[in-house]
Design a protein around this ligand. Structure first.
Ligand SMILES: NC(=O)c1ccc[n+]([C@@H]2O[C@H](COP(=O)([O-])OP(=O)(O)OC[C@H]3O[C@@H](n4cnc5c(N)ncnc54)[C@H](O)[C@@H]3O)[C@@H](O)[C@H]2O)c1
Length: 531
């Protein structure tokens, strides 16, 4: 029997993990629970609000893909147990946006595993996977997938979950990491973001709108109430065996059409009036059927019948209609990108650079503050984001048309735009990555050094404020700032990383004050002529 002391729960502000966190906090006051979540569009701190007054609870907003954050948390919080729920989870989104699924679900899991390997503090790593990794089950089969069945994922979401599982298994075999994997059926209940079927239909029914069914609605799913699932994780946490995989399943299945009809019944609606059939997903698995015996042998069983669970869930959404704010985009039949909660878009786009994809591209912002910003870096994601932020803040702005290294074109921009401030997010970062700069030194130094300093000089001459968006890639860990220590570099610290040509050019600009600009410009141009 495992007795955890300090548990890290990733994705804790999401649906399932928030129920698990709340259960553990209430049931085991001696455990310290550290909840890590990047608070993505589908999660909210409200899901954890009931935990926040507990002395054994700590919330950290952070990304599992950041090795620094993960290392810091594991060391500082003396973590001995990880329950890893964090993931991109919505299959519909994965058809349009699959790279984010690879990044969060595979790379993020890899970062966690690697941190566990290096720090060597974890006694139990529970990796939360899904029934979807098995791929679809034939409708005629009466034997469910057992834990040793082949993995045959069919959509990008399930493929990334299967990929993450492979890494988990490899870290167990190669490094002896004490892992347990779970593969669960569909879960429903309070706190779930309404892009998923059950809460989506409930909210639509509450608004008196149509319930859209993908295809003919014959696809079958097995639904477990989140209370039963939280109980299953309690059992696995304490009694699960290292190296084992556990299905968390139910034999009771319902087609999507059944779910819609059950919801209609509880809302006293006529299904014929309310249900509408819409285009199917690119690929929609018919059924996920699990063999649930192994977990039952550990002592778990499903207690909340579908009818009772659905009734309770409807009551919760009726009591909390605004829990998720404006979710109308998520209620579309095929939400994809539009599922992004627009009020969080700035944060979302800041992390992922989606703003230019998710919105129509605005070149010129119009509003009436006292400022006018001239922005360089139109094609980069920071440049794109700056325009969007100015729109939100109602600041007049325009993109510069000139090239940074061409002084005349910059002067022309300033004459035309008459800015109060100049913001430069322009620079060569390399495509596909900074390695490109090694073989393109001329282009890199021309923009990053000559260009930035030319712009600075023009702004100085015209008495204009200039803000340059530089980079943190000019620092590397050293004795005073060791990896995992949480001690970061300060703004005034001298750049100490010149391991790539890109960082060299960025460090050059940072190190230079305006009195040296002309001299450096002269040197840079001389260097250019020599390379
Ligand atoms: N919901 C289901 O029916 C179901 C069924 C089986 C398995 N699962 C698995 O259970 C887990 C939880 O699912 P859910 O339905 O609660 O999902 P959810 O989408 O409600 O929550 C996922 C949480 O992970 C967080 N997150 C995502 N990427 C992150 C990152 N890089 N760093 C930090 N936090 C990040 C999100 O902010 C969110 O709070 C997932 O791993 C999912 O694959 C879900």
């Amino acid at each position: 029997m495992h007795e955890p002391k300090n548990i890290l729960i990733t994705g804790a502000a999401g649906f399932i993990a928030s129920h698990v966190t709340t259960k553990l906090i209430n049931k085991y006051p001696s455990y310290k629970i550290v909840a890590l979540d990047k608070l993505d569009y589908c999660s909210t701190f409200r899901n954890l609000k009931s935990c926040s007054s507990s002395p054994n609870f700590k919330f950290i907003k952070g990304d599992i893909a950041s090795a620094d954050i993960v290392n810091h948390v594991l060391i500082e919080e003396k973590i001995d147990t990880i329950m890893h729920f964090a993931a991109q989870t919505h299959v519909d989104n994965s058809f349009g946006n699959s790279m984010e699924f690879t990044y969060n679900n595979i790379y993020g899991t890899h970062v966690l595993l690697e941190a566990c390997r290096v720090i060597d503090c974890v006694k139990r790593f529970i990796h939360v996977s899904t029934d979807e990794v098995y791929g679809e089950t034939d409708l005629e089969d009466d034997i469910g997938n057992h834990e040793a069945s082949q993995l045959l994922p069919t959509n990008p979401y399930s493929a990334t979950k299967a990929g993450a599982e492979m890494l988990v298994m490899a870290y167990h075999r190669s490094y002896g990491l004490p892992v347990i994997t779970t593969r669960g059926n569909n879960v429903y209940g309070p706190n779930q973001y309404p892009e998923k079927l059950v809460p989506k239909f409930i909210l639509l029914a509450m608004k008196g709108e149509k319930l859209p069914i993908h295809g003919d609605g014959s696809n079958v799913r097995s639904y477990l109430h989140c209370g039963d699932v939280a109980e299953a994780f309690d059992v696995i946490l304490h009694r699960g065996e290292i190296g084992q995989i556990y299905n968390i399943g139910t034999k009771k299945e319902r087609s999507v059409l059944d779910v819609a009809e059950d919801i209609c019944k509880l809302f006293k609606l006529n299904p014929k009036d309310v249900i509408e059939f819409v285009q199917d997903r690119p690929f929609n698995d018919k059924r996920y059927f699990l063999d649930d015996q192994k977990l039952k042998q550990l002592g778990w069983e499903e207690r909340i019948p579908w009818e009772e669970g659905l009734k309770r869930t409807i009551e919760w959404y009726q009591k909390n209609p605004d829990w998720w704010g404006d979710v109308s985009p998520a209620l579309n039949p095929h939400p994809h990108f539009s599922a992004i909660n627009l009020s969080d878009e700035a944060q979302w786009s800041f992390q992922y650079g989606y703003s230019r994809l998710a919105r129509s591209y605005t070149e010129v912002g119009r509003s009436n503050s006292g400022f006018k910003f001239l922005i360089y870096g139109r094609t980069g994601w920071i440049g794109g984001l700056l325009g969007k932020l100015c729109d939100e803040e109602r600041i007049d702005w325009e993109y510069g048309r000139g090239r940074l290294q061409d002084r005349k074109s910059l002067e022309e921009d300033i004459r035309r735009v008459k800015p109060t401030h100049v913001l430069s997010a322009a620079g060569v970062t390399g495509r596909p990555n900074v390695d490109w700069c090694e073989s393109h030194k001329v282009e890199t130094i021309r923009t990053n050094v000559v260009g930035t300093l030319t712009l600075a000089d023009v702004c100085k001459e015209q008495n204009l404020y200039m803000m340059n968006f530089a980079t943190g890639c000019i620092f590397e860990y050293d004795k005073e700032h060791p990896l995992g220590s949480g001690i970061g570099f300060k703004e005034e610290d001298k750049p100490n990383f010149i391991g790539s040509f890109y960082s060299k050019t960025k460090a050059m600009v940072i190190s230079i004050n305006f009195f040296l600009i002309l001299f450096v410009l002269y040197c840079s141009i001389t260097i250019l002529s020599l390379i």
